[in-house]
Design a protein around this ligand. Sequence first.
Ligand code: HPA
Length: 280
Amino acid sequence: MISTNIAQQVETAASAIRQLTNYQPTIGLVLGSGLSELASSIQEPDIIRYDQIPGWPQSTVVGHSGRLVIGHLEGKTVLVQQGRAHYYEGYSMDQITLPVRVMKALGIQILIVTNAAGGINPNFNPGDLMLITDHINFLGLAGLNPLRGPNDDKVGPRFPDMIGTYDWQLRQLAHQAAVANNFTLQQGTYAYVAGPSFETPAELRFLRTVGADAVGMSTVPTVVVARHAGMQILGISSITNKADPDPKPGTVVTHTEVLETGQQIIPRLTALLRGILQQL
Ligand code: HPA
């Protein structure tokens, strides 16, 4: 797909949203598997179903509802993406990154992304929250980078820097918000894999060896596009299961476990996000 097509799709989707809400959100929040409930905290929301927005990818996964919730949270105007589409569902990189391009077109400058992830770091336990400090984009390294194709210089540079991707100041705010709520955050590197099969023990040994602390099937394409567009980014992983390179016989990882642990983490994630928003 060439960039002029993407630009047209973004504008079509953004103008559909503008017609359905009078809010002008400045902060975008993406809620991952099992984390969608958070959107119920939003006051006086405008709710837009994904099927009301031309070109917007629908999530086909259990645990991902498909709508935007736009309104006030902690005095800020936020747009919450409740549910996302993944590469493993069959969408292209262009399709899964349309939402973040639309957020940018709507004037959103700060992006907070959440996801469910398996904890590779042996110090991590299900129920922990991990601040993403860096990522390994396995699909991107292999050629599936969402920025592949003609570059739109109006949006960002051909060769964007990725060193400062996960904003240092936002990370400080997150740590402060956690401490204020009497818990601490883990932090580490998120490895992005395609899924949908969970990793084999050998794959997890490989990921641990190359420096991954957590592994998941989302977020990174969105982050790459957001970084390219100059947005400030904060990433938070809910560690929903151990991704153990040396599992005991009989160990299994299931999507149900991911969703159930995600549910348990919601109160702390909500407190964390509220605390961060208060400080913005
Ligand atoms: N692996 C990949 N993605 C995940 C996992 C996992 O163990 N848990 C939640 N998302």
